[in-house]
Design a protein around this ligand. Structure first.
Ligand code: LLP
Length: 423
């Protein structure tokens, strides 16, 4: 059995740092997201060491886990932020992040979102289409400001990851075809209300090899040369996020394995003055969180043994959506109970509602399970499907902990709904 360093097994009990997980489950009930502050800091330190002494900015991909406490932690550590909505902008500002370290990505930015970001004074808009460029130019003009712009180009490289989270291929909706990019930059340079500041790409997520990034970088460098020849200079190069984490047996690269060749290539290209930006989400938070859940029933059937737990696809939808693998550990491993192969499933009325399949577990009803690597795209993708209140979230630091989001109450889920007077 493997445990992450910040979730150690001590005296036969799984802990979050120095706190036994059963204690948190008793106090806050389950399902429960538990994050380790030490793990967040350790993940950040890997990036910090990789950019040390360089002109580089790590912009945390907020969508991976957008709890204010997590955002605040990264803001304190000096992180920038990659946002994809006006909602994320408000969160990041509420967490105390400086606006001049925010980049705004996404294919569908609405007018109100652009206005809010311009009002806040963000670092850059990563523009993904010509109509978006035109809308941004109009709005900035109207507001009497200049919008800092980077084009997100689609380099057409295969990130070799799950098709739903691969974003840099020609047939994805993302970015501007790299072959069209020079013309779009030329167009951008014509608008007085736009200021061209960079170039951007994001090729996918849970990437475990460096070569797709370097293929994309090669193409971006050629683009930068073309633009320079036309007198269009850039201040930064944003390579997006996407570095993977270990869910099972992956060996994802260290951020330095990615950044060192990037810095070398820029140097070789005479581009030392270009600031490098990354937008990691998963690799900063993924292994800093577990989802605690309790076994409600054990249900042996002819075909399968089901462990029906109190967490479900509404709490963690990655398995249902991507057939993603998350390790599942017994929180208090039992000696006398035989190991049986279980499908760990939730109470939701769909066969897609499973969290883990075919896992050897020694469990009884009432036992606690920890679903690992749940810090990224766990709570942030949670829903209230089946009128299930979303889970509470806890942040642990040594022997201390904080409830950073209380469990929702059922009555809150429909409190704003109205029955028409004359239906
Ligand atoms: N920047 C942009 C423009 C993005 O679209 C994303 C993620 C990131 C940065 C952060 O990528 P990361 O470092 O976390 O890979 N829900 C899926 C992942 C979707 C990723 C979407 N974009 C999952 O649970 O695997």
């Amino acid at each position: 059995m493997t445990t992450a360093p910040c979730f150690p097994l001590r005296d036969g009990i799984l802990h979050a740092e120095d706190i036994p997980l059963p204690q948190l489950a008793d106090q806050y009930s389950t399902p429960l997201y538990v994050y380790s502050r030490a793990a967040l800091r350790a993940a950040w330190a890997r990036y910090a060491s990789a950019i040390q002494g360089r002109d580089a900015l790590v912009c945390y991909g907020v969508k991976a886990n957008s709890n204010l406490a997590v955002l605040h932690e990264f803001a304190q550590l000096g992180s920038g932020f990659d946002i994809v909505s006006g909602g994320e902008l408000e969160r990041v500002l509420a967490a105390g992040a400086p606006a001049n370290r925010i980049v705004f990505s996404g294919v569908g930015k609405q007018a109100w979102e652009m206005r809010a970001a311009l009002n806040a004074g963000i670092k850059c808009f990563n523009v993904e289409s010509i109509p978006e460029l035109e809308r941004l130019a109009d709005i900035a003009q109207e507001m009497g400001v200049r919008a800092p712009v980077s084009l997100r180009v689609n380099p057409d490289v295969d990130a070799k990851t799950h098709p739903y989270i691969s974003t840099g291929l020609k047939d994805n909706k993302f970015g501007i075809d790299i072959l069209q990019a020079p013309a779009v930059y030329r167009q951008a340079s014509q608008y007085p209300a736009l200021e061209i500041v960079g170039v951007d790409c994001h090729i996918g997520s849970q990437i475990t090899e460096i070569s797709p990034y370097l293929d994309a970088l090669d193409k971006l460098l050629r683009l930068i040369d073309t633009l320079a020849a036309e007198g269009i200079g850039l201040r930064h190069l944003d390579l997006g996020g996407g570095l993977g984490i270990r869910y099972t047996d992956e060996t994802p690269p260290h951020p330095a394995d990615l950044l060192n060749p990037v810095f070398e290539a820029l140097h070789a290209h005479g581009l030392d003055t270009l600031q490098v930006i990354l937008e990691p989400g998963r690799s900063l938070v993924g292994n800093a969180g577990v989802l605690l859940t309790r076994v409600e029933y054990l249900k042996p059937t002819e075909a399968r043994n089901f462990a029906i737990v109190d967490a479900a696809m509404n709490d963690l939808m990655r398995p249902a959506l991507y057939e993603a693998w998350h390790d599942v550990l017994e929180v208090q491993p039992r000696r006398g109970t035989p190991q049986v192969t279980y499908d760990v499933v939730g109470p939701i009325c769909e066969s897609g509602d499973w969290l883990a399949r075919q896992r050897l577990l020694a469990i009884q009803q009432g036992d606690l399970l920890a679903i690992l690597s749940a810090g990224a795209y766990g709570f942030s993708m949670a829903s209230q499907y089946n009128t299930r209140p979303r889970a509470a979230e806890i942040l642990v630091d040594g022997q201390q902990h904080w409830q950073i989001r209380p469990r929702e109450e059922v009555r809150d889920l429909f409190a704003t709904e109205r029955i028409p007077e004359n239906p």
